[in-house]
Write a protein that binds this ligand. Structure first.
Ligand code: SF4
Length: 307
């Protein structure tokens, strides 16, 4: 049975998620009346359920918000068309988009203005990709793999490459390599963020040493799903769970070392019961595996900083 837990560091909340949660927290605390949130504020079921219980109303469409109401945009960002629709409904907008996602929007907008076709490396349908693509929908193609790159036609204009922030570092390097091979003059921006990169580096260390890796994070959390994939790619059995309730104790049979980490939208409190349960099963050592120390912090939107 398990005797050691390797605890990834960094793991869990990134600066963009902390900021988005703080934004919604403050809006719910300070103001009367309903608060509408466009899409999940961050991709974590526990966090979203907590806000729902406090009265936040999550919507998929701007037209679900009554005219004149308040709308919070999630950490993943929204397209200019969504912003315009909110303005047309005279909504009060509070933007919790991660500044690192905003940076990708600005790169995309500028590249389109400068005459480029855009290749957006990312997962079609993900909230962040939908928002970024919306900066230049007619000029942007989403590519998810080297095979997608091979299937592209010949572009009329020079190519500018941006990426989703939460991709697999290794898979993205492969896709970008394929783009460079086909379009040697392409301008490349790799926008995978520091938090995604650090968490993937940490899970690699875990997977090298552990017999089993558990990743806490929701199924729609891109970076959590990637962490699990990275561990599996290294040949270590790995499972993604929303919390302890999804762990099958049979996974621990024959396992001495358990690696434990969490996606960027996961509160650390979800790991505590897993650690306690493993201690009850005989774990005597909890060893941090530190690959980076993160000091990034983002300021709140100006309208929330001073009142
Ligand atoms: Fe921002 Fe990266 Fe966190 Fe996404 S994962 S919210 S891009 S810091």
């Amino acid at each position: 049975m398990p005797h050691t837990i390797l605890l990834a560091e960094p793991r869990g909340f990134c600066a963009g998620v902390v900021r988005a949660i703080d934004v919604l927290d403050q809006v719910l605390d300070r103001d009367e009346g309903p608060v509408y949130v466009f899409h999940e504020i961050v991709h974590n079921r526990y966090v979203v359920d907590g806000f729902r219980q406090r009265g936040a109303v999550f919507v998929d469409y701007v037209h679900e918000v009554p005219a004149g109401g308040r709308i919070v945009f999630s950490a993943h960002g929204v397209s200019p068309a969504v912003v315009q629709e909110a303005k047309d409904r005279n909504l009060r907008i509070i933007d919790a988009t991660c500044p690192l996602v905003t940076k990708v929007h600005l790169e995309t907008r500028k590249a389109a203005k400068d005459g480029y076709d855009i290749l957006l490396v990312g997962h079609e349908g993900h909230d962040e990709v939908e928002g970024t693509k919306g900066e230049a929908p007619a000029l942007t193609r989403v590519v998810d793999s080297a095979a997608d790159v091979q299937a592209l036609g010949t572009p009329d204009r020079p190519i500018f490459v941006v990426t989703q922030t939460t991709l697999s570092v290794d898979d993205t390097a492969e896709t970008i390599g394929a783009i460079q091979a086909r379009f040697p003059d392409a301008e490349i921006r790799n926008d995978i963020c520091y938090a995604t990169t650090n968490r993937q580096s940490a899970v690699k260390e875990l997977a090298e040493r552990a017999d089993l890796v558990i990743v806490v994070g929701s199924a729609n959390s891109s970076n959590s799903v990637r962490l699990c994939e990275v561990a599996k790619t290294m040949g270590t059995p790995a499972y993604r769970v929303d919390g302890i309730q999804e762990i099958d104790p049979a996974w621990y049979e024959g396992v001495g070392i358990v690696g434990l980490t969490a996606g960027a939208s996961v509160p650390d409190e979800l790991l505590e019961p897993i650690i306690e349960d493993l201690r009850a099963r005989g774990v005597t050592t909890v060893e941090p595996v530190i690959v980076a120390r993160e000091t990034v912090e983002f300021r709140l939107p100006a309208e929330l900083e001073v009142r």
